[in-house]
Write a protein of this length. Structure first.
Length: 134
């Protein structure tokens, strides 16, 4: 093994590598690993929305809706105009049975002039089916 190979194997993973690992853990059903990796992203880059969004998805899968909602709100505060955390927050509200909050959260994504605009509750149902988290 070369010195370079040893150095690469000993370095800390980058934030994009941690994000990819957290996504992989979520897709494999390893929620605890995903939450732990998300925490490392948050610790490394507290103003980056990805860690909060990923941890929110892990929390919703644990049944921690309040924690997930808080994480999705933190991601939205840091995400600017990115839709992913807003969609996830709307989904969390749907899973909690709060259709009004879900509509309020998703409204900025589907304005009156949007080609996606339709009836006020288009795509939103109390069952929460139709738009997977993440």
């Amino acid at each position: 093994v070369s010195q370079r190979g040893i150095a690469l194997s000993l370095r800390k993973p980058t934030v994009p590598e941690r994000r990819a690992a957290a996504l992989m853990a979520l897709h494999q059903g390893r929620r605890r690993d995903a939450a732990m990796l998300s925490n490392t992203i948050i610790n490394a880059l507290p103003n980056n929305p990805d860690g909060y969004n990923l941890r929110g998805v892990a929390r919703i899968n644990f049944g921690d809706r309040a924690g997930a909602i808080a994480d999705f709100r933190a991601a939205i505060a840091r995400a600017g105009d990115r839709a992913e955390p807003r969609r996830n927050l709307a989904e969390a509200y749907l899973l909690a049975g709060d259709l009004d909050q879900a509509r309020e959260v998703i409204a900025p994504l589907v304005g009156a002039d949007s080609p996606d605009a339709g009836p006020a509750d288009a795509g939103l149902s109390r069952s929460g089916r139709g738009s997977p988290l993440l």
